[in-house]
Design a protein. Structure first.
Length: 284
């Protein structure tokens, strides 16, 4: 394996599939496509064949076992099976912090935002060290931020590394009437563009439920005290910090960073009661 984030997607996916076949049933909360995934009461997304949808309970277990820090807002994961290739996964979470005005869509400062993200990474590393996890380095943009007016989606991608391994986090914020859905795609540098294309195809099936869409905003609805720049930067800025948004959103940039190979064996043993495929081959 040549990358960090996808190691767990590949190995865990294989173990989960083997476990389901041997027991005659799917692992709790894992739904094989085609399947319509319910993202709480806010939205739905349809996963096709070759994908898994993990519900909120299964998502929490997946994140904790892969050394990511859940904050309780996660609603689901899409996990993509790619035969003969490493797999990718995407985490969906919802924040009901108010309607976000998109007036900054033409004035996003990628350089300044990156500095704020790197500060968020420094703070996240303090939490990671407390947990005995490796530090994470935010190296720069894989794709600078841009806003799609037609879909009210804010998108960017960052390059990160830990213990010499690289990962790309592709981030999408889907703006709704009174909050936003975050979709965090995790894959390695070598296949991120292919994964992004597949992920974007799945996102075409995403829809906010009636009454929760951005265009359904009405006077009197709660309006967020921050805009697009603070949203990308993890809530950087005085208003966001005071509101607690910064402490909440900095966690989003650490999805996908997992332990080394030795820790993965422990993950597999805890999740599925199985050895990883490499160890099985060695003992065969």
């Amino acid at each position: 394996m040549h990358r960090l984030a996808s190691i767990v997607a590949v190995v865990v996916f294989g173990a989960a599939t083997a476990s389901a076949q041997s027991s005659g049933q799917e692992r709790a909360g894992w739904h094989a496509g085609p399947h319509v995934g319910q993202l709480g009461s806010r939205a739905t997304v349809t996963v096709p064949e070759g994908y898994f949808f993990l519900d909120a309970a299964a998502t929490k277990i997946f994140l904790e076992e892969t050394q990511n820090i859940p904050d309780g807002d996660e609603l689901g994961i899409i996990l993509r099976e790619r035969p003969d290739k490493n797999d990718w996964f995407a985490v969906f979470s919802y924040s009901d912090n108010g309607h976000i005005d998109d007036g900054e869509r033409n004035s996003l400062d990628a350089g300044a935002i990156l500095k704020s993200l790197q500060e968020g990474s420094r703070i996240s590393n303090e939490e990671r060290r407390k947990r005995g996890w490796s530090a994470l380095t935010l190296e720069g943009w894989h794709q600078a931020p841009f806003y799609d007016v037609s879909s009210n989606n804010l998108t960017w991608a960052t390059k990160l590394s830990s213990d010499g391994e690289s990962v790309i986090n592709h981030s999408v914020r889907l703006l709704g009437r009174t909050g936003l859905m975050s979709a965090q795609l995790v894959d390695g540098p070598g296949t991120i563009d292919e994964a992004t294309a597949e992920f974007n195809a799945v996102l075409k099936t995403y829809t906010f439920n009636q009454g929760s869409r951005y265009a359904e905003f009405r006077p009197g609805d709660h309006v967020a005290a921050y805009g697009l720049t603070a949203l990308i930067a993890g809530g950087a800025g005085a208003v966001a910090v005071k509101s607690g948004l910064f402490q909440k959103l900095w966690k989003l940039i650490v999805f996908g960073v997992v332990a080394a190979a030795a820790a993965l064996k422990k993950v597999l043993a805890g999740l599925f009661g199985k050895k990883d495929s490499a160890e099985q081959q060695q003992q065969a």
